[in-house]
Design a protein around this ligand. Structure first.
Ligand SMILES: [Zn+2]
Length: 181
């Protein structure tokens, strides 16, 4: 079980073990923002609900913009495990421009989740050549989103509103901006 650590500014910062999160709280470096009341953690003298989200009391400056390394699972998660061509359940990754044709093998922008039948139907062709329309535009996920996925929080109702809004804002705000322009 893991805990999401927020910066003092409420920005997601890291995912740590529950044990580590409790140490942060007990040493007054962080406060619990959201806890799972069904799971109790016991120490020698105390017991408390397991923290799901803690927030650091002092702001930590993140010195560089961390980028998310490409991974097969990352692509599946980014696309909600739905095929980029037909929307059905995806079990594989398709290279939009095939690697055999010079497409980048490990790029967020050249890979989409795909079902096996679309992947086989497309084969070594571009979507245009295969007369297949891409329903999504591949993008590089934000590190914050990866942290949430790493926590295994998929139902937004298990997070407080302010947090799910903050996290959802990263991608939906960009989409809204694109739609408005
Ligand atoms: Zn498909």
């Amino acid at each position: 079980m893991q805990t999401l650590v927020l910066n003092a500014s409420y920005e997601p910062l890291a995912v740590v073990s529950v044990r580590r999160a409790i140490v942060l709280v007990l040493t007054e470096k962080a406060v619990t923002e959201h806890a799972d009341s069904d799971r109790v953690i016991r120490s020698a003298t105390q017991e408390f609900p397991a923290p799901l989200v803690v927030r650091l009391l002092k702001f930590v400056r993140v010195p560089y913009r961390r980028r998310l390394p490409w991974s097969r699972n990352g692509v599946l998660d980014r696309d909600g495990r739905r095929c980029g061509y037909c929307g059905s359940r995806a079990e594989s990754i398709d290279h939009v421009l095939p690697v055999s044709r010079g497409g980048a093998a490990r790029s967020w922008f050249n890979t989409v989740a795909a079902c096996l039948s679309c992947n086989q139907a497309k084969a070594d062709r571009t979507p245009a050549e295969a007369s297949m329309r891409l329903l999504v535009e591949p993008f590089e996920p934000k590190v914050q989103r990866a942290l949430v996925l790493a926590l295994g929080v998929r139902q937004t109702e298990s997070l407080p509103d302010w947090l799910s809004d903050t996290l959802a804002g990263h991608t939906s705000a960009r989409r809204a901006a694109l739609a408005a322009s």
